[in-house]
Ligand binder design. Structure first.
Ligand SMILES: C[S@@+](CC[C@H](N)C(=O)[O-])C[C@H]1O[C@@H](n2cnc3c(N)ncnc32)[C@H](O)[C@@H]1O
Length: 501
């Protein structure tokens, strides 16, 4: 079977979980003196077009980044972005993981393999772990994501169908069209179906029909797609003298996120790895994003709260409705993709409101607490204002769900734009190259449509806001007033995402 990376580049986005800033804080919680993201070395295996690595290199100019990727066509796309930029801290190289010489690569504080481990044959998986062990600095961290059993078996049923339906078709585009036709046929056939398994397939089909072609091709039609039990992964990791630290989705480590019945049923499993394995069985988990370190590192298994309260914080959330800061009535905040998060304590509500106002600026925990307490007092919630420990506890829960982000170093940017707004050269260049998303300062993918892409490209610091609005009138849809409002809205969005300088 073939893969299609040269024919259809993988849509590589920034993955916030893989960012050294995120890995650094996770490691600190478990007692590892991780390297400062501002001054570190990062290796990405299977870096595709560099969509993950290039923005990291841009925002961390004193750190060094190396990407290794088999597909020359994908590397060329990334190099086209890097070449005109004053970026001297990144190398995107064509190479085969199998051929890597760890001694020549040197040591790295962070090693990333996102979307690679399950999609390569066993010999390459072995090499990924060997390179990880040999190239990690003593307190370095590695991030490896992979498809997981038992959950992936359910998705695998659609892979079986698509491999079958496209077995005689050659070429990426033709395979994609045959796959879509097969999905649509099954979708029509399942109208009105009531069995649980059929409902599951209906949902998956809807998701796949809305996904980017590269996802369908590379995930469902790839030559290799292997899933493992967590315990199998751990055996392999240990054989390579590495150890498991945690998941980037930290909340999944805690059985308090399971039902009471599940907690009771798993309650007598003492071995932590077995317990985590059983939680996968309960959740029917299909994917993991695991963080590893060298086996000789001493880990603090209980999360250190004092370390947690030394971080700086950010959150990209919007309040839904109104927040009363004098009672514990639940209040919902919305993530950028409109997922609802509920908080109850007045201090947490006030702290999130503060982060909403100042994003992307990052106060430290003390500033956050002091500000929240004052706000709660002013709102008539005096009896809640001193409950720092309760804020710590709800805040940790929000952090573990990745609703708030912790940072080792502050970001002092305020969400403002100047008289003649100017976007970073990287963002303008990515937009000009037709990339469908750019990375925010928090390393999140910010999707661009034609209108926002054109506006971003025009933000070279020479045009006033009125001139930008005039320019947008020539291509934008809607009334003059709507276009002007849209330009201002987008400038706010760009500023909040740290794209303006
Ligand atoms: C599913 S894509 C993931 C790309 C990217 N890391 C992401 O998550 O968006 C897997 C990538 O690994 C690359 N790859 C596969 N085998 C490789 C090997 N032996 N050496 C280097 N890269 C490899 C593929 O070319 C492809 O770009």
């Amino acid at each position: 079977m073939v893969d299609f990376y040269d024919e259809l580049a993988y849509e590589t986005n920034p993955f916030p979980e893989t960012h050294p800033g995120n890995l650094a804080t996770l490691g600190r919680l478990f007692g590892i003196p991780t390297a400062a993201p501002q001054q570190c070395r990062v290796l990405e295996l299977g870096s595709a077009t560099g969509g993950n690595l290039i923005p990291m290199a841009w925002h961390l100019p004193h750190s060094e980044f190396v990407g290794v990727e088999l597909s020359a066509a994908q590397v060329a796309i990334g190099q086209r972005i890097v070449a005109p930029l004053p970026l001297h801290n990144i190398r995107l190289e064509v190479g085969d993981i199998l051929e890597l010489d760890p001694a020549a690569l040197g040591q790295f504080d962070y090693i990333i393999a996102h979307g690679v481990y399950s999609w390569v044959p066993p010999v390459v998986r072995e090499k990924i772990l060997a390179v990880t062990r040999e190239c990690l600095t003593p307190h370095g961290l590695a991030y490896i994501s992979y498809n997981l059993l038992p959950g992936w078996r359910m998705r695998g049923s659609l892979r079986d169908l698509l491999l079958h339906a496209t077995r005689d078709v050659t070429g990426a585009a033709a395979k994609y069209h045959a796959a879509i036709a097969a999905l649509e046929r099954l979708q029509h056939a399942l109208v009105g179906a009531e069995a649980d398994s059929q409902r599951y397939v209906q949902k998956e089909i809807t998701y796949l029909l809305g996904s980017h072609p590269s996802y369908l091709l590379h995930e469902y039609l790839a030559g290799e797609n292997n899933a493992f039990l967590f315990s199998e992964f751990l055996d392999d990791v240990q054989r390579h003298e590495l150890q498991y630290v945690c998941e980037t989705d930290l909340h999944t480590l805690f059985d308090t996120t399971l039902s009471g019945a599940a907690q009771a049923a798993l309650g007598d499993i003492e071995d932590p790895s077995q317990h985590e394995q059983w939680m996968d069985f309960v959740r029917m988990r299909a994917f993991r994003k695991s963080v590893l370190c060298r086996a000789d590192v001493t880990l603090e298994r209980a999360v250190d709260v004092d370390v947690f309260t030394e971080f700086f914080y950010s959150a990209d959330l919007r309040l839904k409705g109104k927040a009363n800061l004098s009672n514990t009535k639940p209040v919902a905040f919305l993530t950028p993709d409109n997922t609802e998060l509920t908080v109850t304590h007045p201090l947490s509500k006030a702290a999130l409101l503060y982060l909403q106002e100042v994003h992307p600026y990052t106060p430290d925990f003390t500033e956050l607490y002091t500000h929240a307490a004052e706000r709660v007092r002013e709102a008539g919630g005096k009896q809640f204002a001193n409950a720092r420990n309760e804020l710590v506890s709800e805040w940790f829960s929000l952090y573990s769900y990745r609703a708030v982000y912790g940072h080792l170093h502050p970001c002092l940017l305020k969400p403002e734009w100047s008289e003649r707004p100017e976007a970073s050269v990287l963002a303008r260049l990515q937009a000009a190259e037709g990339w469908q998303s750019v990375a925010s300062i928090r390393h999140q993918a910010l999707s661009l449509d034609d209108f926002s892409s054109e506006l971003l490209q025009a933000l070279d610091g020479t045009r006033t806001v009125s001139e930008l609005i005039q320019l947008a009138q020539t291509s934008g849809k809607g009334s003059e007033k709507e276009i002007a409002a849209n330009v201002k809205h987008l400038l706010n969005v760009f500023a909040r995402h740290g794209l303006l300088i």
